[in-house]
Design a protein around this ligand. Structure first.
Ligand code: NAP
Length: 307
């Protein structure tokens, strides 16, 4: 029987582990499919307070893990594939092995949606990014491309014009899913060039270890051409990692956890932290703050229950 199981070891999960570890609760952290979360696939992090020279994303999460282990947090490889939250103690299945816990902190994050191109994964952090706020500043006076037709794509394209010499927005349809106000704002920005009905077929150049260009295809005419690009930003949505909790934890139509205030979910003793609930900010520092909140709430809950 565990006092607390934390699902996920990105910024939210690791911070929850530091706090619950330091509170003497011996947390078990299930590392999940993408250990380190979104930070593990970014390069330099320049906006996490306390690192005036910046820090590599993977180093930041590894440091957090070490810090949590210092306070007795235990990390296990594996993924939570099922959960029974119908009664306490809760039960979670880690790759088929069931564990009992008095409290649960769900910090399983949201995974960026990728196009699924063969070269895409190899160039993540080397020109391919899913986070304009995180990586935009690396593309000062460079050619930037943004993929997507939703609010995120509009927002990110606008934001990236602060840095890039030009920003090309590529969308697979003629119509945009984004709200009118966001489209209007982007349309009014003279630095944004628009390519609709266009698909990305390939990203270059894996041999150089950096993005140098893309192969594009006009979906109406079939015309194929290459275009020079330095920064390639995906804004085609995120998928919250909440599959094992559907039907138990209240989720919104897109699968994000619905917060009941603070770090609370609809289930007493089950708390949320980070991107699994937050579709708005999605920053390392906000996830870390949320992990801290979840840990404090779990600790208080256990105390009230007499543990
Ligand atoms: P989204 O609304 O789901 O839009 C995703 C976009 O990516 C769509 O245009 C979609 O094209 C495209 N897409 C998806 N898969 C693709 C693929 N495989 N290849 C090419 N294109 C693909 O996601 P989002 O923009 O991240 O927004 C998520 C939610 O957050 C929305 O509710 C949005 O309103 C909200 N949001 C709000 C703000 C704001 O108000 N400031 C900012 C950001 C996000 P199709 O349209 O063809 O499906």
């Amino acid at each position: 029987m565990r006092n607390v199981i934390i699902i996920g070891c990105g910024c939210a999960g690791n911070t929850a582990a530091i706090y619950t570890g330091r509170a003497g609760l011996n947390p078990l952290v299930v590392m999940g499919q993408e250990p380190g979360g979104q930070l593990s696939i970014t390069s330099e992090v320049e906006n996490f307070p306390g690192f005036p020279e910046g820090i590599q994303g993977p180093d930041l999460v590894e440091n957090m893990k070490k810090q949590a282990e210092r306070f007795g947090a235990e990390y296990v490889w594996g993924t939570v594939d099922a959960a029974d939250l119908s009664k306490r103690p809760f039960r979670v299945s880690i790759d088929g092995e069931w564990q009992e816990t008095r409290t649960l902190i769900v910090a399983s994050g949201a995974s960026a949606r990728w196009l699924g191109l063969p070269n895409e994964l190899a160039l993540i952090g080397k020109g391919v990014s899913s986070c304009a706020t995180c990586d935009g500043a690396f593309y000062k006076e460079k050619k930037i491309m943004v993929i997507g037709g939703g609010d995120s794509a509009m927002e990110e394209a606008n934001f990236l014009t602060r840095f890039g010499s030009e920003v090309t927005l590529v969308h697979r349809r003629e119509e945009f899913r984004a709200s009118k106000i966001m489209i209007d704002r982007a349309r009014a920005n003279p630095k944004i060039k628009w390519l609709t009905n266009t698909a990305v077929d390939d990203i270059y150049d894996v041999t150089k270890g950096e993005v140098t260009g893309v192969k594009l295809r006009d979906l109406k005419t079939g015309k194929v051409w290459d275009q020079e690009v330095d920064g390639f930003f995906l804004a085609i949505g995120h998928i919250p990692n909440t599959k094992p909790f559907g039907g138990q934890i209240d989720l919104d139509p897109d699968g994000y956890i619905v917060s009941k205030g603070g770090a609370r979910t609809n289930i007493t003793g089950v708390f949320h932290a980070g991107d699994v609930q937050d579709r708005t900010y999605r920053q390392a520092i906000t996830a870390a703050g949320a992990g801290c909140m979840a840990a404090i709430e779990a600790e208080r809950f256990l105390e009230e229950e007499g543990h």
